[in-house]
Design a protein around this ligand. Structure first.
Ligand code: NAP
Ligand code: GDD
Length: 319
C-alpha cells in the first residue's frame, strides 16, 4: 500500500486530497501544527482513516522524524501561509513557512530517502503582474506580494533539488481553486457566505475591495487529482493547472447574489481596507500541457462553482 504524507491536511486542498488518496487505496499521514484549539473541521469525517502527526514547517527536526517514522512514498507539500493579503503584514513569517519551509522539507527528504516523490504547491500568484496572457509553464514570473515571492523561491528550490540531486520533485502551478471548504477570508467564500447572510437577514451589506480583479477559478476537488497525476508520471516536471477561463470578482458577486434572487449592487460596498498594496489584475491559465500529459480536465464550470458554494452556505447558515 503506498503511503502519502500531506502537509497542510487541515486546509482546503489537504482535505480533498486526503479523500482522493484514501479512495485510491493509500495510507494517508497528515501533518498538522500544534495549536491550543485544534480544529479538524474539514477532515473530521476522515479521522478514523488517516494518521495525524504533529509537526511544523518551521521545525527541521519534526520533519526528519516523521519521514523516518512513516516512510512515505509520496509527499504532498500543501502547507503554507496562503493568504496573500496577510503576507504584507507578516512578510517574514510568510517567507519562513511558504518559502524556506519547502527547503526544510526537501532537505529532510534528501537525508531520509531521496527516492520519495515530492509535490510542491506552487501558485499562479507567481505570475503576478503578468508578462503574457494566458500564462503557461514558460511565462516569466513577476510576483506582486511577499507570498508570491516566497512561492517563486519555493518553486525554484523544487526544480533545483530535481536537477541537482535527481529527486522526483514536481511543481503544480495551480490557479485559484475554491469550494464550500474555502477559508472565509478568501474572496469567493466571503461573497458566498455574505450573500447568504444578507438573504437570511443576518447581515445588511458586504464590504469588498477591488471588484475588477480577474481570476481563473476552478473547483478544488478537481485540482487535487492533477496533483496526484503529476507524481504518477515517469519524469518529474512543472505543470500549469487552471480552467483557461477568467472572471472578475464583480461577476462572482453577480452570480452569487443572482442565484439568491438579489442584485449585488444593492448590498456590496467597496471599502479601501480590502485593497492591496499591489494587485494582481488578471490571471488566466493555458492548461494545454496538463491536458495533454496528465489527461486532466476541470469538471465544474464557473457558474456551477458559484452555485455550489452559495448552496452549501445556505444549508449551513439556515440550520
Ligand atoms: P489553506 O486552506 O490555507 O491551507 C494551508 C494549510 O497549511 C493549513 O492547514 C495550515 O494549518 C497549514 N500550515 C500553515 N502554516 C504551517 C506551518 N508552519 N507548518 C505546518 N502547516 C502549516 O490553503 P489551500 O487553499 O488548501 O492551499 C494549499 C496549498 O496550495 C497552499 O500552499 C497554497 O499556498 C497553495 N495554492 C493554493 C491555491 C488555491 O487557490 N487554493 C492556488 C495555488 C496554490 P492550519 O490549519 O493550522 O492553519
Ligand atoms: N480576500 C479578499 N477579500 N479579496 C478581495 C476582496 C476581499 O474583500 N475584495 C476584492 N478582492 C480581490 C483581491 O484583491 C484579489 O484580486 C482577488 O479578489 C482574489 O483574492 P483572494 O480570494 O484572497 O485570492 P488570491 O488570488 O489573492 O490568492 C489565492 O489564489 C492564489 C492562486 O492564484 C490564494 O488561494 C493563494 O494561496 C493562491 O496561491
Amino acid at each position: 500500500m503506498p503511503t502519502a504524507l500531506i502537509t497542510g491536511i487541515n486546509g482546503q486542498d489537504g482535505s480533498y486530497l486526503a479523500e482522493n488518496l484514501l479512495q485510491k487505496g493509500y495510507r494517508v499521514v497528515g501533518l498538522v501544527r500544534r495549536s491550543s484549539t485544534q480544529n479538524y473541521e474539514r477532515i473530521q469525517h476522515l479521522l478514523d482513516d488517516i494518521s495525524i502527526v504533529q509537526g511544523d514547517l518551521h521545525d527541521q527536526g519534526s520533519l526528519l522524524a516523521l519521514l523516518e517514522e512513516h516512510q512515505p512514498t509520496e509527499v504532498f507539500n500543501l502547507a503554507a501561509q496562503s493568504f496573500v493579503a496577510v503576507s504584507w503584514s507578516q512578510a517574514v513569517l510568510t517567507g519562513e513557512v511558504t518559502g524556506l519551509g519547502v527547503t526544510r522539507l526537501l532537505e529532510a527528504i534528501r537525508y531520509v530517502n531521496p527516492k520519495i516523490k515530492f509535490y510542491q504547491a506552487s501558485s499562479s500568484e507567481m505570475f503576478g503582474k503578468v508578462l503574457e496572457v494566458p500564462q503557461k509553464e514558460s511565462t516569466p514570473f513577476y510576483p506582486r506580494s511577499p507570498y508570491g515571492v516566497a512561492k517563486v523561491y519555493a518553486h525554484w528550490m523544487t526544480i533545483n533539488y530535481r536537477e541537482s540531486f535527481g529527486m522526483f520533485a514536481s511543481s503544480g502551478i495551480l490557479f485559484n481553486h475554491e469550494s464550500p471548504r474555502r477559508g472565509m477570508e478568501f474572496v469567493t467564500r466571503k461573497i458566498s457566505d455574505g450573500a447568504v447572510r444578507i438573504k437570511l437577514g443576518q447581515a445588511k451589506e458586504l464590504r469588498l475591495g477591488n471588484l475588477e480583479a480577474r481570476r481563473d477559478w476552478g473547483f478544488a476537488g478537481d485540482y487535487v487529482e492533477a496533483m496526484w497525476r503529476m507524481l504518477q508520471l515517469e519524469q518529474p516536471g512543472s505543470f500549469v493547472v487552471g480552467t483557461g477561463e477568467t472572471h472578475s470578482v464583480r461577476e462572482f458577486c453577480e452570480i452569487a447574489f443572482g442565484c439568491l434572487g438579489l442584485d449585488y449592487n444593492d448590498y456590496v460596498v467597496q471599502d479601501e481596507r480590502y485593497y492591496r498594496p499591489a494587485e494582481v489584475d488578471l490571471l488566466v491559465a493555458d492548461p494545454s500541457l496538463a491536458r495533454s500529459v496528465l489527461g486532466w480536465e476541470p469538471s465544474v464550470t464557473f457558474q456551477d462553482l458559484v452555485e455550489m458554494m452559495v448552496s452549501a452556505d445556505m444549508q449551513r447558515l439556515s440550520k
